[in-house]
Design a protein around this ligand. Structure first.
Ligand code: PLP
Length: 390
């Protein structure tokens, strides 16, 4: 493999670098303290204490109580577990309300639920990706089991009014779940003041390793376990605990709390610098999403008449890693479902690039990317089959 440290990594919504301090904290639990946290002997018992410390660290970042945190394997598991549990909780309620811009971890499950005979309604969004709240209010009815709306969107960074939506859901006796995989650690979250039943989060989005996540289940909210087996995690999530992952997640969440202010000032400043630099130097570039309410690290920019993938490939030649909303499926380039839901014109839909920063990015890196973008866009416009060089 090539040397990794020369990459300019602007794809942090896909995954993040594990914080070296997190590696230091977790490593002894791979090498020395490998006991099973559920064992009776004191070797396991000591490990258990560290798992419980991690639970406290995780709870503190989101304003929860430790006993409201259940460790899982990833954000997808947390999303699935919460929604399926809510449906089992009251089998007379057969409806799920979600949005058109959710992550596949929610949308994919919802598709399966439709095949199983559940009624799923998808709240539309406007051109800026904001939820149509009037429609949402109408969709939530007394037969709704669960409303699932993400906290922050992985593609545009848009932040959704989850506190308010949770209240609306509860007025109809529905449970409320939020996929906060992109929001935790980037925006302040205080579950103590919220009426949110379930929240999902994932380690690898906040500088912990892949393969660990967590779910918040509000005290008093009924929860039916998703993984059935042993008595781990208060009997709510079976399976031997991923101790090193859990320790890492706890540490990463504590550190995220220490950086949250810096991320909302310094990192947001770098994101804005990148965005403005690109808008200034690349004609036909437009920002997607709601600039007034966004995650501090994300910008999604469309370049008219150009394929986002071509931009990514050219950036890759300079060792710059970013991403586009499109997924290459069965040989055809499917545009992002999020941008499509926002009603972007076809000329912009295929030409989007998402830049997502972390606290490890520097101003030099941002300036380097700005400098490279203008000639890339110019070159791609020249060879565009649409012949536009505006
Ligand atoms: N939800 C959102 C908003 C995400 O961005 C992701 C990952 O990209 C997930 C859920 C899935 O998380 P995980 O990769 O931990 O399963």
């Amino acid at each position: 493999m090539e040397k990794a440290d020369s990459v300019i990594y602007l794809d942090n919504n896909a995954t993040t670098k594990v914080d070296p301090a997190v590696v230091d904290v977790m490593t002894p639990f791979l090498t020395e303290w490998y006991g099973n946290a559920s064992s009776v002997h004191s070797f396991g018992g000591q490990v258990r204490q560290h798992v419980e410390k991690a639970r406290e660290q995780a709870a503190a970042l989101v304003g929860a109580r430790p006993e409201e945190i259940i460790f899982t394997s990833c954000g997808t598991e947390s999303d699935n577990a919460a929604i399926l549990s809510a449906l089992e909780n009251d089998i007379r309620r057969r409806k799920v309300v979600t949005s058109r811009v959710e992550h596949p971890a929610v949308l994919g499950l919802c598709k399966v639920l439709q095949q199983r005979g559940y009624h799923v309604e998808f709240v539309p969004v406007n051109r800026r990706g904001q939820l149509c709240m009037d429609t949402l209010v109408q969709m939530i009815t007394d037969d709704t089991a669960v409303v699932s709306i993400m906290w922050g969107n992985n593609e545009t960074g848009n932040i959704y009014p989850v506190y308010e939506i949770a209240e609306i859901a509860h007025q109809h006796g529905a449970l409320f779940h939020t996929d906060a995989v992109q929001a935790v650690g980037k925006v302040p979250i205080d579950l103590g003041r919220a009426d949110i039943d379930f929240l999902s989060l994932s380690g690898h989005k906040l500088h912990a390793p892949k393969g660990v996540g967590a779910m918040y289940v509000k005290k008093g909210t009924p929860f039916n376990q998703f993984l059935i087996g042993g008595h781990q995690e208060f009997g709510l999530r079976a399976g031997t605990e991923n101790v090193p992952g859990i320790i890492a997640l706890g540490q990463a969440m504590e550190t995220a709390g220490e950086y949250i202010e810096q991320e909302n000032t310094e990192m947001a400043r770098l994101r804005d610098r990148l965005e403005q630099g690109i808008l200034r130097t690349c004609p036909g570039a437009r920002v997607n999403g709601n600039p007034l309410s966004r995650l501090p690290n994300t910008t999604n920019i469309s370049f008219e008449y150009i394929e986002g993938e071509s931009i990514l490939l050219m950036l890759d030649q300079f060792n710059v890693a970013a991403s586009s909303g499109s997924a290459c499926t069965s040989g055809s380039l499917e545009p992002s479902h999020v941008l499509r839901a926002m009603g972007l014109a076809e000329t912009l839909l295929h030409g989007s690039v998402r830049f997502s920063l972390s606290r490890y990015n520097t101003e030099e890196e941002i300036d380097f990317v700005i400098e490279k973008m203008a000639p890339i866009i110019k070159r791609l416009r020249e060879i565009s089959p649409f012949g536009h060089d505006s």
